[in-house]
Ligand binder design. Structure first.
Ligand SMILES: [Zn+2]
Length: 331
């Protein structure tokens, strides 16, 4: 991690206010939950908060220079502990015992705080949560627990009642655009696509903006959408194989398609090209917008999200994509 401070967190004003306020007023809680979708930046916030708590300057932003900050930035701070788990899809009671309960009463090495960060906290079994609860109920003075989770429904009410819950909010398009163009030096035509694709999620915007395959993916997805009406099944299946070769997530590929279809829908409704993401594709957008009725466009958008959920529940890739592309072809 480079020299990041609270100022580098895009959006999330409420969370920043709350965490920095707690530090300023000396009212840091023992337990926090940062709740929000994957890639929205929860871990980034947790790391900055932890680094600030341990910083030797003791201010509301980390100095990024003291020995403690240096250690935190290199990921080697003894008093910032990432609780790991052995099985990928579940955090069991042993993970909590080994990772937290067995060491929590050992005082911090060099700081006033000892911070435990639990990633994917929604994966804790009820037994694991009960084991954690015992510690959160009577924590040593110096302990701070930060639970990162993407669905708060999985957390027991007994835990929730002892945590300060911080909910991640979608970042405004305007703010996202500025971040991409100023901080990430993304050119404007590309930023526009990333913003639409990200829907308020910084990590999604970053992954698309920084993907080496960006131009390839964009070109391929659009050429598929352009030509699909004239393609034979064999050609479509050939295109499918190509999609699979990207280092990029297939869901993201589908999302780019969805952005394009939202453009089609928007253009059909308004005949205004100024608000389109793929303005440079106006000819093709006009073509599809005039040949497809509203129902058809919605059917395709619907099919795109269905394909995503099928793939995430491990339905056969070829079958799912074939169904999707047939729906596109028919509309
Ligand atoms: Zn420092």
């Amino acid at each position: 991690m480079a020299n990041f401070t609270f100022k580098d967190i895009v959006g999330q004003e409420m969370i920043k206010e709350q965490l920095q306020g707690a530090i300023a007023n000396n009212k840091v809680s023992h337990a926090y939950i940062i709740n929000g979708e994957n890639r929205s930046g929860k871990e980034f916030i947790a790391k900055i908060f932890a680094q600030t708590l341990l910083c030797e300057k003791g201010e509301t932003d980390p100095c990024c220079e003291c020995p403690s900050c240096q250690k935190a930035m290199s990921g080697n701070h003894h008093d910032i502990i990432f609780v790991s788990h052995e099985k990928p899809n579940t955090i069991g009671v042993d993970d909590i015992r080994d990772g937290i309960n067995d060491t929590v009463f050992i005082k911090p090495y060099s700081s006033n705080y000892k911070i435990y960060i639990i990633q994917e906290a929604e994966k804790m079994t009820p037994q694991a949560q009960n084991a954690l609860l015992k510690t959160i109920e009577e924590p040593p003075e110096y302990a701070v627990f930060i639970l990162l989770c993407n669905s708060i429904d999985m957390i027991l009410p007994t835990i929730l009642s002892r945590c300060v819950v911080l909910n991640m909010k979608p970042v405004k398009d305007e703010q996202m655009r500025e971040y991409l163009m100023k901080d990430m030096m993304v050119p404007d035509y590309r930023a526009e696509i990333c913003v639409a694709f990200a829907r308020g999620n910084v990590g999604r915007a970053r992954s698309l903006a920084s993907s080496e395959d960006f131009d390839k993916i964009r070109t391929d997805a659009l050429s598929l959408l352009k030509n699909i009406y004239d393609m034979e099944i064999v050609e479509i299946m050939e295109a499918l194989k190509k999609i699979k070769e990207y280092s990029f997530d297939i869901n993201d590929y589908l999302d780019i398609m969805a952005v394009w279809y939202r453009d089609v829908l928007l253009f059909k409704a308004t005949h205004d090209m100024n608000h389109l993401v793929f303005r440079d594709e106006i000819q093709n957008i006009t073509k599809v917008a005039s040949r497809t009725d509203y129902e058809g466009i919605e059917e395709v958008i619907d099919a795109l999200s269905k394909a995503k959920s099928r793939l995430s529940s491990n339905v056969n890739y070829e079958l799912t994509m074939e169904l999707l592309l047939m729906t596109i072809k028919e509309n």
